[in-house]
Design a protein around this ligand. Structure first.
Ligand code: NCD
Ligand code: ZN
Length: 368
């Protein structure tokens, strides 16, 4: 069995970087492994306009440059792609402005109240018809957080309900709109995306490929496995793994790495989001390896995403090696990471716990 795997450099089609020092501290982990990342707009306040998205992009590039100056490690090959946060009031002109920049390929739908910082989200897509019409014309991608938000709907049913109530009517009304159903978690979503008419794809996270909902309750409550949409039962994980490793170009990589400080995760009301950036590629390799499908990793990670977005694959390559290692229990976060605070003295609001913390994983990215 071969111990190394070399693939075209992957892209991350769903990433939360946050802002300020938090962003600067988590950015290197993504920029080391991924050529491009589609950066989510759920800041506070949200990134609702092209001007805000470009300013955010400049802050990310400035943080990459500051990192290089501080550490000597260059992140200059990393290219952030931005998203606009759709609201009931998004102006039509924002679509043209965004497309014309060439670095804002997508608009993001957060149904109001669905997840972290989604309170400005869309209450009803009927408010957005001219905007969706224009996105369809201009080939802009519509990224969907695919969950209904009504509190009476069981949390494990919210994605399947979204497909019936929102996605099927959306597909019918805008047959040529490019749709990405993000971070899918169910057999229903995998089946729908595989079969649906028109341009549609789905991203899949490492946690939804590797874990089922038992991981949330392994000997006690495990907040670092809590994200939205929440982990589902094993049959759904198997359907997602089958979709990811099927070779269908409709399924591609999006980590949904969503950093929150340890103190906000380990709380009486812990935030949703798994911080996977440092280990995501290793975890994807592990999932594909377990499925006997390492030969399908490059398509999923590096080819199908750019193809859907109408971009060329990256030109660099990434090498993975099969070598066991322990995932660190935590990393320094935000100012503490930038200032080099003594690791042993980090408080919980200066720390971030990665996905699979303390676990042994079988693959590593080899430094290039
Ligand atoms: C994300 C976050 O923290 O911003 N959380 C998550 O659980 N995935 C928001 C999101 O993508 O839903
Ligand atoms: Zn997300």
């Amino acid at each position: 069995m071969t111990g190394t795997l070399e693939i075209i450099q992957p892209d991350d089609w769903h990433l939360h970087l946050r802002d300020g020092a938090a962003m600067a501290s988590v950015l290197p982990a993504s920029a080391r492994h991924f050529g491009r990342a589609l950066v989510m707009p759920n800041l506070k306040p949200p990134v609702t306009t092209t001007a805000l998205a470009l300013a955010y992009r400049d802050r990310i590039l400035a943080a990459a440059q500051a990192h290089s100056l501080r550490t000597g490690e260059s992140l200059s090959d990393f290219s952030p792609l931005m998203t606009l946060y759709l609201t009931d009031a998004t102006a039509l002109q924002e679509i043209d402005r965004a497309v014309d920049t060439g670095v804002i390929p997508a608009v993001k739908l957060y149904p109001a109240g669905a997840t972290t910082h989604s309170d400005s989200g869309v209450t009803d897509l009927a408010h957005c018809e001219p905007v969706l019409e224009r996105m369809q014309q201009r080939g802009m991608v519509f990224c969907l957080h695919g969950e209904v938000t009504h509190s009476e709907v069981d949390i494990f049913d919210r994605e399947a309900r979204f497909i019936d109530q929102v996605l099927i009517p959306l597909r019918a009304r805008y047959p040529a709109l490019k749709i990405v159903l993000e971070h899918i978690t169910t057999r229903e979503a995998a089946d729908f995306v595989r079969e649906a008419a028109g341009p549609i794809a789905a991203t899949i996270t490492p946690q939804h490929l590797l874990y089922n909902r038992n991981s949330l309750f392994q000997g006690g409550i495990r907040p670092h496995y809590y994200c939205l949409p929440v982990l589902k039962r094993e049959t759904h994980r198997q359907a997602l793994l089958a979709a990811a490793t099927s070779g269908s170009p409709r399924f591609f990589l999006g980590t949904d790495s969503a950093p929150h400080p340890q103190s906000d995760k380990e709380s009486s009301c812990g935030c949703a989001g798994c911080y996977s950036a440092p280990v995501a590629m290793a975890l994807y390799a592990q999932a594909f390896d377990q499925a006997g499908a390492l030969n399908r990793l490059e398509g999923f990670a590096s080819l199908y995403g750019p193809a859907f977005y109408g971009l060329a694959p990256n030109t660099r390559r990434l090498r993975l090696i099969r070598r066991a290692s322990l995932v660190p229990q935590r990393f320094a976060f935000a100012e503490a990471a930038l200032g080099g605070a003594p690791f042993a003295e980090l408080t919980e609001d200066q720390s971030i716990v990665p996905l699979a913390a303390g676990q042994s994983i079988a693959w590593q990215v080899q430094a290039v």
